[in-house]
Design a protein around this ligand. Structure first.
Ligand code: ZN
Length: 430
């Protein structure tokens, strides 16, 4: 169905009319530096924005005790003091359509060296149709699209005729425990949409991700008698090489996977941080490397962890004199399986119709070799989850930017999808 009914046309017109306000909202949200451990200010802002609109509000802090027994739980290595989840719920006068979860994460990855940015990372400058700023694309624009799609429906004189939970979650960039907490709290729906920056394509599969650190021990000595010691930093290089061999094995396996075989090197080991040694003239006693490794969907995280452990223990056996203490592995975040969205769902068909009506071209599918929170709703709650949103560039890099035209398109597609999925009723008056 790629034609647009008159009621729907009014909704799309309202998306356009509300677009300046949507962008202003997004700029306010980008100004909150919601890196891990500092998600509270943006969540306060989002809470107020949803409360003002009359949603039923729920706000709580992610607590290890609540989620640790869930099979999708990831180990927690930082304080959750500011890890607030916000959910605003629309409850219709009468339910006629199907319910919906609109999910977005508000945590962002650190900006990196700020002197490498053209503008400060939390200053949402707009230039030539792009908004710059950490988190603008990944994925605060998606949060804005969810909220303003619903606003447009209301402004056109309607309310969705089914329950909608608008979720704003922390911890997507490190554990997935924010969306997991919404599941444990009991949020369910007939479909979910998560507007990650997918450039208007539907992401129908992703990889699982594990975070870990390896601490390698050496034997300190004065640099003048370096041969008497064991250099932990040199040893860490060798550990990394051993992990690179595992990475290549995993990519050989990926070349057989029906959804991942056409991607170049979909399984990536990233050495994200390294720390070691304490003095230029001392052979370092220890070195820690912090790693991220992915795996094909269908592989439990425990399988990948076992292979990492085997790799490290084989390395220790093969490398005599690598210090007297074997390397120590710690699981420091993501412990998450990948997902594959069941094809042919009504939710996907409804989105495809809405997308085609807005873009004039069919909805394309893609796989994403990165972590996505949709694994919670798809794997554990069996909710068809549509990862679909606007387009950006330099995600997790310097000068992250969001193409504003794609925000308009995504907001329209989401509004139309929601109208068709949930149904429309005349707006209730207070
Ligand atoms: Zn994201």
């Amino acid at each position: 169905m790629s034609t647009i009914a008159a009621d729907e046309k009014r909704i799309l017109d309202e998306v356009e009319r509300g677009f300046d306000e949507e962008i202003a909202f997004l700029q306010d949200v980008v100004r909150c530096p919601s890196v891990r451990g500092a998600e509270h200010t943006v969540q306060d802002y989002v809470f107020n924005a949803l409360a003002e609109r009359g949603y039923d509000m729920d706000r709580w802090r992610v607590a290890e005790a609540d989620i640790k027994d869930h099979p999708g739980f990831s180990p927690i290595a930082v304080s959750y003091e500011n890890a607030w989840v916000v959910v605003g719920t629309h409850r219709p006068k009468a339910t006629k359509g199907r319910s919906l979860i609109m999910n977005a994460h508000i945590d962002v990855v650190p900006p990196g060296p700020t002197d490498m940015w053209t503008h400060p990372p939390y200053d949402p400058v707009i230039r030539d149709g792009w908004m710059y700023g950490r988190g603008a694309a990944d994925m605060k624009a998606g949060l804005a699209a969810n909220i303003f799609a619903l606003d447009a429906i209301n402004r056109a004189g309607f309310e969705p005729a089914a329950t909608i939970h608008v979720q704003s979650v922390p911890e997507e960039e490190s554990t997935g425990n924010g969306t997991l907490a919404t599941s444990v709290r009991g949020y369910r729906a007939d479909a979910a949409i998560c507007p990650e920056p997918t450039h208007g394509r539907l992401t129908h599969a992703n990889v699982g991700v594990v975070w870990f650190s390896v601490r390698v021990y050496g034997r300190p000595a004065h640099a003048r008698e370096m041969q008497a010691g064991v250099n932990a930093i040199d040893a860490a290089y060798k550990v990394i090489s051993a992990l690179r061999v595992l990475e290549e094995e995993l990519n050989v396996e990926a070349a057989q996977h029906p959804l991942f075989k056409d991607l170049v090197h979909p399984i990536n080991l990233n050495i994200g941080q390294i720390e070691g040694g304490d003095w230029n003239s001392t052979v370092p006693a220890s070195c820690t490397v912090h790693c991220r490794l992915s795996m094909l969907p269908g592989t439990p995280a425990s399988d990948l962890k076992r292979r990492i452990e085997q790799t490290i223990s084989e390395f220790s056996r093969r490398t005599p004199g690598s210090g007297n203490t074997p390397p120590e592995i710690k699981w420091t975040g993501f412990s998450c399986e990948g997902f594959v969205l069941e094809p042919g769902s009504d939710a996907e068909k409804t989105l495809a119709g809405a997308h085609e009506a807005i873009h004039g071209s069919p909805l394309e599918r893609q796989v994403m070799p990165a972590y996505l929170d949709a694994r919670v709703t798809i794997l554990y709650d069996k909710i068809p989850t549509l990862v679909y949103g606007p387009g950006g560039r330099n995600i997790h890099s310097i000068d992250e930017a969001l193409e504003l035209k794609t925000v308009m398109e995504a907001t329209k597609s989401i509004a139309l999808f929601t109208a068709r999925w949930c149904g429309l009723a005349p707006l209730k008056t207070a």
